[in-house]
Design a protein around this ligand. Sequence first.
Ligand SMILES: [Zn+2]
Length: 118
Amino acid sequence: MGLEKIKAELKAKSGFRASILDRGEKRVRDVAQVANDQWEVMGRPELGDEFESYTVTLVRDPFTQSGWRYLCSCYEHRSGRGRRRKLCSHALAVILWRRHNNFALTDNSTGDNGERSS
Ligand SMILES: [Zn+2]
């Protein structure tokens, strides 16, 4: 599936803003899988990153509808609880990367319900 189509789908189904989808898209080529449920996303100063790389992990979370959520290491660096709840563009890049590589087709654990930002 093409990235444009994936973005349009995420926007329609999960209510992501276009601006964060665009930032996530710019990061897709910076995504490297390091484990089954873990990815490394290269930091980009032009996108506001302070660190060289960020680690995104897919974890069990019984409080989301899908039972899964993405955690990013940038959540630890930033203060404030509001930030923590929102999906960052690093995690979004991983979502786009996984769909682009067709992982989502065989893996329902990361269904749309788990990717809402609210
Ligand atoms: Zn992040």
